[in-house]
Design a protein around this ligand. Structure first.
Ligand code: ATP
Ligand code: MG
Length: 466
């Protein structure tokens, strides 16, 4: 496989200060400090990547990356507040309190060393990427032309080797070089394409877009840990709804969430269900309002179709039918295990996610004392919000939602005889309630204590995370 670098030296376009309109006011003073310091020491140094792109678009970048001809060791000698990091890329971090300016040495493209079908993958397909290069090499190894613009404080111009300046003006994401080659080198670039399109409102140029359809399955070759980072950026960056639209249209959703995709296909769904849509909208709304969000809640929604499918498979096979809670835990563990083969979901998210699922059963227990205890549960709010999400697809849950909402508002005025609706996903599955499972009782009535401790007081079972 040859590198996507044209033999001829790429043409440089210099966009002067009065043309590009980037104002230094929007550049972090710390990033400027790093640029000036490197220049003073005789090095070339540029602001690069998303920051330049976002400045051209009139936005305020959230982070500032610097590219330089100084090696990481040279950078370290210039800044006392500097740490060298990285396995795949060796980088210098210059630390100013909470702000980190990432300083990377110009890199050459090493794609030529990665053979076709190379499977010795360490963190992506390009296994070594620490060969220093010229600024031209560095410009060509970046993903999109819009991400390959260099701003210098030497004359305040923007340097463009790939046509990125015009592409930003026309709001288009164009891969540098041959799209198929670039995606094969690093399949995560396909996710970056849809994420940046969603975030920036750019279109993806035809060649870059069409190559995704053929190559989406390569996502499975990427490191699960990197895919988790990318997942957070896709869904926790305030553009989750739009990201999902792109993921679905490109076929990438199927690669990221194979269990959910299979479940939807089996039930003839062409789109992600309203439960997932609403969860994504809710996440975007909360981020827009500056309220906290947790990936656990979103993951509970994204994997819910897979969980329902797993429960249904078990019901058909008559597994664990005597204990719905155990059935749910088993199915949840299977779903988590399968998902973690693709995306490394940390336990700190899969544990609360599973708990949100498990707590759904407790909404059917509307005896006053139990209900009051549940209200005080640390995960009550998340579980309740999830119940609300389910109503659109399971309208029978609506009275239950109202009852719990009223209880949370004015506990004294709500009696213990709440509406009885089974919130157990198992109950929706024919034959789920076997003879050994006690029949559902009207809540509020006295019931004999069951010998087996199950349901309400069972702590979340730790699913197998990575
Ligand atoms: P965001 O605004 O979301 O941070 P970004 O483009 O700045 O978007 P980063 O992950 O911060 O994304 O990457 C910084 C820069 O590094 C990119 O603009 C791009 O030039 C380069 N880059 C990042 N990931 C890749 C990749 N997988 N392949 C090639 N170049 C990449
Ligand atoms: Mg960035």
């Amino acid at each position: 496989m040859s590198a996507p670098i044209p033999a001829a030296k790429p043409a440089l376009r210099i966009i002067p200060r009065d043309e590009h309109g980037i104002s230094r006011r929007f550049i972090s003073p710390n990033a400027l400090r790093v640029l000036y310091r490197l220049n003073e020491a005789g090095h070339e140094a540029y602001l690069v990547g998303g920051a330049v792109r976002d400045l051209l678009l009139g936005g305020r970048p959230k982070d500032f990356d610097v590219a330089t001809d100084a090696t990481p060791d040279e950078v370290r000698r210039l800044f006392r507040n500097c740490r060298l990091i990285g396995r795949r890329f060796r980088l210098a971090h210059v630390i100013f309190g909470p702000e980190i300016i990432e300083v990377a040495t110009f890199r050459g493209n090493e794609a030529a060393e990665v053979g076709e079908g190379e499977r010795h993958v360490v963190d992506g397909m390009i296994v070594r990427d620490n060969v220093w290069g010229t600024i031209e090499d560095d410009a060509l190894r970046r993903d999109f032309t819009a991400n390959s613009l260099y701003y210098t404080v030497a004359d305040f111009s923007v340097r463009d080797w790939t046509g990125g300046y015009e592409d930003v003006r026309h709001r288009v994401l164009r891969l540098i070089g041959d799209p198929a080659t670039r995606y094969r080198e690093d399949p995560v670039r396909m996710l970056r394409a849809v994420r940046l399109a969603a975030k920036l409102g750019f279109r993806i140029d035809d060649a870059a877009w069409e190559a995704i359809f053929a190559l989406a399955p390569l996502i499975a070759e990427s490191s699960p840990a990197r895919l988790f980072d990318e997942l957070l950026k896709l869904f926790m960056g305030g553009h989750a709804t739009e990201s999902m639209r792109w993921l679905e249209a490109s076929g990438l959703f199927h690669e990221l969430f194979p269990g959910t995709a299979r479940a939807l296909e089996r039930s003839g769904e062409l789109k992600v269900p309203p439960l997932i849509e609403r969860a994504l909208e809710g996440t975007d709304a909360r981020i827009a309002e500056g309220r906290p969000v947790t990936p656990a809640f979103l993951l509970a929604a994204l994997l819910w179709p897979a969980l329902e499918a797993a429960l249904s498979e078990d019901a058909m096979a008559h597994r664990d039918m005597h204990d719905p809670q155990l059935a749910l835990t088993r199915a949840a563990n299977r779903v988590v295990r399968e998902q973690c083969e693709r995306i490394a979901l940390p336990k700190r998210f899969t544990i609360p996610m599973t708990e949100i699922w498990q707590l759904q059963r407790r909404f059917e227990q509307t005896q006053r004392r139990r209900a009051m205890r549940f209200l005080a549960h640390p995960r009550y709010r998340a579980a309740y919000d999830f119940l609300v999400l389910r109503v659109e697809e399971e309208p029978r849950l609506a009275p239950l939602v109202s009852w719990w909402a009223a209880l949370a508002e004015a506990p004294r005025e709500v009696d213990g005889d709440g509406p009885h609706v089974s919130a157990d996903p198992l109950a929706a599955i024919a034959g789920a309630e076997s003879a050994t499972d006690p029949p559902e009782r009207a809540p509020g009535r006295k019931r004999r204590r069951r010998r087996r401790k199950s349901g309400a007081s069972t702590p979340a079972v730790v699913p197998t995370g990575p």
